[in-house]
Design a protein around this ligand. Structure first.
Ligand SMILES: CC(C)(COP(=O)(O)OP(=O)(O)OC[C@H]1O[C@@H](n2cnc3c(N)ncnc32)[C@H](O)[C@@H]1OP(=O)(O)O)[C@@H](O)C(=O)NCCC(=O)NCCS
Length: 179
């Protein structure tokens, strides 16, 4: 809904509930962790796994300082995305916007903030991992200019979690619902 449309509704129907669009974006810190996890859990299409525990998220943030973002409406956390890079490619994980705040440009603004930082760092391209059955998520990315790489497949091997533990080379990807 455009700002003009909101102003019009507000003038003609002063008591009608309308979106406030008072949201802001800032860097994601570990202080946001519980609220971010809640948002991810409530967001269809976001697959959580062991890498979303506090330790790995803290480690991800430390390796990619200042790149991940949250959106806030007042004190309420209404959007989040993890952003990082490996020196060659950027990666966004778990973009999510609260259902109450969708279609207000928050997802787009979170992504734009991340891509701006990656570009300034000299990273030429950014990748996302999308669960194959997340059609609505895929439509969002395509609508915003992202293209599927039909010539690529993601392949993966689990690594030992403890010294001496063998990689489970021939096992299915147990417990991991996203990349
Ligand atoms: C996908 C998601 C993050 C979009 O957030 P949002 O804040 O509602 O998106 P925005 O308001 O910023 O939309 C930006 C643009 O994309 C469009 N858009 C939003 N959701 C869309 C969808 N599902 N399909 C197609 N276009 C979409 C908007 O209409 C807008 O278009 P415009 O710029 O031409 O006006 C949100 O729907 C969500 O959290 N989904 C669940 C989690 C998920 O699937 N995440 C992505 C996979 S990792």
């Amino acid at each position: 809904m455009s700002l003009d449309a909101i102003r019009r509704i507000s003038k003609n129907h002063p008591r009608q509930l309308i979106p406030t669009m008072n949201w802001t974006i800032r860097c994601l810190t570990m202080a946001d962790y519980e609220a971010v996890l809640r948002l991810w859990r409530e967001s269809e299409g976001v697959g959580l796994n062991e890498s979303d525990a506090p330790g790995p998220v803290e480690s991800f943030l430390a390796r990619n300082p200042g790149l991940s973002r949250v959106a806030l409406d007042g004190c309420a956390l209404v959007g989040a995305v993890l952003c990082g890079h490996d020196g060659r490619r950027g990666y966004l994980h778990h973009l999510a916007v609260a259902k109450s705040h969708r279609q207000q440009g928050i997802g787009k603004a979170l992504v734009a903030a991340c891509l701006g930082d990656l570009a300034r760092t000299g990273i030429p391209k950014c990748n996302i991992f999308l669960l194959a059955d997340n059609h609505a998520g895929g439509a969002f990315w395509e609508h915003n200019g992202w293209a599927k790489r039909a010539d690529l497949l993601v392949m993966q091997i689990p690594l030992p979690r403890h010294p001496g533990e063998q990689p489970l080379a021939n096992s299915p990807n147990t417990g991991c619902q996203s990349c």
